[in-house]
Design a protein around this ligand. Structure first.
Ligand code: NIG
Ligand code: FE
Length: 403
């Protein structure tokens, strides 16, 4: 039985009920789960009796460990040349239609061995962890064949064990059309639904299924087929929706009870209302918005009016968001999307947990929840969104293990 306790901390519990900051508090855990938290004046009521190594936070801020609920961090190669092309005037869509974009990363990832892929991805995950991340979602989608998709997901699982971090994997076979299926998108979707996805599911490699519903991705009809296949296998879905145009993707995601609809700059109010009814989380990705120099803002007003939970993620990927700092995304969510610092913090804690279907165990500090905790060189939660480019993490505790 392992026990631990933090004392003299300013604790931001990040609960849905909006429990206030505990000014001078303690938080204890046992066997990886939080047992108690409260003001120091109530520490005598802590059911944990030790022995344990107590961490004196000296007034520092304590939050749930952060959750990055949308990444493509397992891939090989980079697309710096495309960045230059875009600066010379080419658009993200033009580059994709000319055979670059996602399929360029597919070529690099297909030719990387499992060891090479692990080595290329490890520093990206390590950088996220240095920002206080204790759970990360990792998608496939740069293989587009069974062997490489499976390899990406296996690497994701290996990284979880190696770096002491919670990893949720997502199968994104319907990310782009691989060259061997050129001109035959429906045949590729048949292949994904009938062969790749079932094999991935049998191996237990995916916790969820995603697709890219877009002009340069797949149609709503093709997306439906992927979602139906996921449903038949009992896997939850999420969607890259309405990033560059409104194809009704967010509404389609809601129709399938998706965990989340992601990007959604072009989503209509009707789609937002459907998300609210379905409990589908809006995952906003300010890094991609910034890096592609988008001008269409996600529908913050509608999301707030309809009370759709909003999460924030890095979208860490080589094409639209080569970013490994979740704290930078908090800052951008505020500066670019006009979110409040407290909305942004909820977006990388409790709402990010909801977007991964793990809200019952992750993303808030409360008795019974997993002891995933971040201790910061900061006093107030707003400081986490306010500063950018620095390092504020003091310590990360993952399932009760101080790292
Ligand atoms: O989330 N939109 C599709 N997928 C990624 C980009 C992938 C890439 O360009 O490599 C995204 O933005
Ligand atoms: Fe993405």
């Amino acid at each position: 039985m392992t026990q631990g306790r933090i004392i003299h901390a300013r604790i931001a519990p990040c609960t849905p009920s909006g429990a206030p900051l505990i000014e001078r508090g303690f938080l204890s855990w046992r066997d990886g789960r939080i047992t108690a938290l409260g003001p120091m004046s109530e520490i005598a009521q802590d059911p944990n009796r030790g022995p344990f190594a107590e961490i004196d936070a000296g007034g520092a801020l304590v939050t749930p460990g952060l959750i990055d609920c949308h990444t493509h961090l397992v891939h090989a190669g980079n697309r710096a040349r495309e960045f230059e092309q875009r600066l010379e005037g080419a658009s993200y869509e033009q580059i994709a239609r000319a055979g670059g974009g996602i399929v360029a990363t597919v070529a690099a990832t297909r030719s990387a061995s499992e060891t090479e892929l692990l080595a290329a991805s490890r520093p990206r995950l390590a950088a996220l962890l240095a920002d206080g991340v204790t759970t990360v979602e990792i998608k496939s989608g740069y293989g587009l064949d069974l062997a490489t998709e499976a390899r990406q997901l296996r690497v994701a699982r290996r990284l979880a064990a190696e770096l002491n971090v919670g990893v949720r994997t997502t199968f994104l076979g319907a990310h782009a059309l691989p060259p061997e299926f050129a001109g035959r998108p429906d045949d590729y979707i048949d292949f994904v639904c009938a062969q790749v996805l079932p094999a991935i599911a049998i191996e237990g490699l995916a916790d969820a299924v995603d697709a890219f519903c877009e002009g340069i991705g797949f149609t709503p009809q093709q997306t439906r087929r992927v979602f139906a296949a996921a449903r038949a296998l009992g896997l939850p879905v999420k969607l890259h929706a309405d990033q560059l145009s409104d194809l009704g993707g967010a509404g389609l995601a809601a129709e399938f009870g998706a965990l989340s609809a992601d990007h959604i700059e072009y989503a209509s109010e009707a789609s937002v209302a459907a998300m609210a009814r379905a409990g589908t989380v809006a995952v906003l990705l300010p890094g991609a918005f910034y890096f592609l120099r988008e001008t269409r803002l996600p529908p913050l007003g509608a999301l707030r009016r309809h009370r759709v939970p909003i999460a924030i993620a890095t979208d860490c990927n080589p094409g639209s968001s080569p970013c490994t700092s979740l704290l930078l995304m908090l800052n951008m969510a505020c500066t670019l999307f006009r979110m409040t610092p407290s909305e942004a913090l909820a977006g990388v804690t409790r709402n990010a947990a909801l977007a991964l279907g793990i809200g019952a165990t992750h993303g808030t500090l409360a008795p019974g929840m997993q002891a995933d905790i971040a201790i910061w060189d900061a006093e107030s939660p707003a400081e986490l969104s306010y500063a950018f480019g620095g390092r504020r993490l003091r310590q990360r505790i993952s399932a009760g293990r101080p790292i």
